[in-house]
Design a protein around this ligand. Structure first.
Ligand code: ADP
Ligand code: GLC
Length: 487
């Protein structure tokens, strides 16, 4: 059969967030970028998402009504409305599952007690919707714990139905979040058979069940977002209590590193930058963007300062205890620090404090702001990602694409994507450290600053090398495609 006549691989993506509709972190980026990359490789992709009320009206206005039906869910046979609203964008079809009871809360995540019923419903509704739409994919690619009941329903409640012919893949973006609750709560809301609430599937102790664990047991394939994280999660330290379970299932586990959407993140065409740039004018334009950043944030306007950026959810995952421990030592008269993030009040408070005592030198923007994120990626010299654990990490990829040098801890995807600078030959992409220790982070920052201030030619060579790096999805999308086709 010629390539032209070959049947297109059909993939259904199932996840709880997707840029530009709703995004709280990197999962939203991947749910946007990977389907687009797969469509470019000739796949047919539909992305299933909840129709949260927080999705901007401009997208809701573009959606078409595809139909509705009632679906049973709980052990006592309560039925729930399932509406399907559809929108097509750049060759990807987005199917939104509508149900006001579950998705009218505003933000996607509102607390585990409500989130468990919400995502039981969603994981099941997607399969019912696929049957309703009569669109049977080769693979149902599920993401994180919120979609992890889909592989379970697929092999149980939906086994004899048309969609039962599909295979399932479950991708771990972050093992920290697993969907743990009492066995009774999950049993009631999932309506799944009693015999699944045993140790090999959902059960984790006498009283509790774990949604992710069950999904991982039932999925035909498991992937995670870097090779290093695929190994790490089989160890005690990174395994979040599921290391043995994952080792047991390791024959079906693969690590495939994330990319970024290089159209979305393109410093040449980025409308959010005062001075867009390509490789040829990067060094000058980055200086201009730095000045714009300093002006916007009320920092001393000086192109010569070493500007360190941090764009992050403010949680302990991101290594912020290390940053907090060395903050004062990291600052010197040549250094400025810009923080953009929201999260744990203890980090928000700490960064606000540093700003208050170092006005003009430190700015902490405790908010979520896409446009400021773009300006930081373009205007900073270095980006700090000293994570405690990092399944992949996208901010270091974005920063390299924008010629901003990452300073990272060698863990998970950070280790796989940032080659350490080698002072012997000047090679490498960034400054790295291994053990989770504040003094090592401080040393990495100092090593970076020394090159920036003392050997600008070398620094500029790193900037350009980072911009040349292929951080697109192309290579990894092909790896996924290979797995989808493995049968
Ligand atoms: P995680 O998914 O663990 O939060 P990633 O590095 O994979 O980490 O992805 C984070 C994504 O969220 C990036 O696109 C980053 O630019 C974005 N981001 C994080 N915090 C903010 C913020 N406060 N404002 C704007 N974008 C943010
Ligand atoms: C998670 C991880 C992050 C990863 C992202 C996308 O949120 O914390 O490391 O880049 O998912 O896969």
């Amino acid at each position: 059969m010629s390539e032209m006549n070959e049947k297109k691989t059909r993939v259904a993506f199932v996840g709880s967030e997707c840029y530009p509709f709703v995004k709280t972190g990197g999962l939203g980026d991947v749910m946007y970028a990977l389907p687009r990359a797969l469509v470019r490789e000739g796949c047919e992709v539909r992305v299933f998402l909840p129709l949260y009320s927080c999705i901007p009206q401009k997208y809701k206005d573009q959606m078409n009504w595809k139909g509705s039906f009632m679906m049973d869910l709980t052990t006592d046979g309560r039925t729930f409305f399932v509406g399907i609203m559809e929108l097509s964008m750049n060759g990807v079809i987005y199917d939104f599952i509508e149900n006001r009871e579950f998705f009218d809360w505003g933000n996607p995540y509102t607390g585990l007690w409500e989130d468990i019923p919400k995502y039981c419903y969603f994981s099941k509704a997607v399969l019912a919707a696929l049957n309703y739409l009569e669109w049977i994919p080769d693979v149902i690619h599920c993401h994180d714990w919120q979609a992890s009941l889909t592989p379970v329903y697929l092999r149980t409640r939906f086994a004899g139905t048309p969609v039962g012919a599909a295979r399932s893949m479950l991708t771990i973006h972050n093992l920290r979040f697993q969907g743990i609750c009492s066995i009774d709560h999950l049993k009631y809301w999932s309506g799944l058979p009693d015999d699944l609430f045993n140790y090999p599937v959902f059960k984790i102790n006498e009283n509790e069940a774990n949604m992710f664990k069950g999904g991982l047991a039932f999925a035909d394939r498991i992937t995670t977002v870097s090779e290093t994280y695929a190994h790490e999660i089989q160890t005690d330290f990174y395994g979040e209590g599921l290391n043995s379970h994952l080792s047991y299932h390791s024959v079906k586990l693969r690590g495939i590193v994330n990319g970024i959407d290089v159209e979305q993140w393109d410093s040449r065409t980025d409308a959010l930058l005062p001075a867009p740039y390509g490789r040829e004018n990067a060094l000058a334009a980055k200086g201009e963007n730095k000045l714009a950043l300093q002006r916007r944030l009320g920092l001393e306007e000086d192109q010569g300062k070493f500007v360190i950026g941090l764009v992050s959810r403010l949680t302990d995952q991101k290594g912020l205890d290390l940053v907090d421990a060395i903050f004062e030592q990291m600052l010197d008269e040549n250094t400025q620090v810009v923080v953009l993030g929201t999260g744990d009040p203890r980090y928000e408070g700490a960064f606000r404090y540093y700003e208050s005592v170092h006005r003009g030198q430190v700015c902490s923007c405790i908010m979520y702001d896409e446009s400021l994120a773009h300006l930081i990626y373009a205007g900073a010299d270095a980006l700090l990602v000293p994570s405690l654990f990092e399944p992949c990490g996208l901010t270091q990829l974005i920063s390299m694409r924008y010629g901003t040098v990452p300073i990272v801890r060698e863990t998970g995807g950070l280790k796989d994507t940032v080659a350490p600078f080698n002072p012997e030959n000047g090679e490498g992409n960034g400054f790295t450290f291994d053990a989770y220790r504040a003094d090592l982070l401080l040393d990495a920052v100092r090593r970076g600053r020394e090159v920036y201030l003392g050997d600008r030619d070398r620094w500029n060579a790193i900037v350009l090398r980072d911009m040349d790096r292929d951080v697109s999805w192309t290579h990894s999308a092909l790896q996924y495609l290979e797995l989808y086709r493995e049968g």
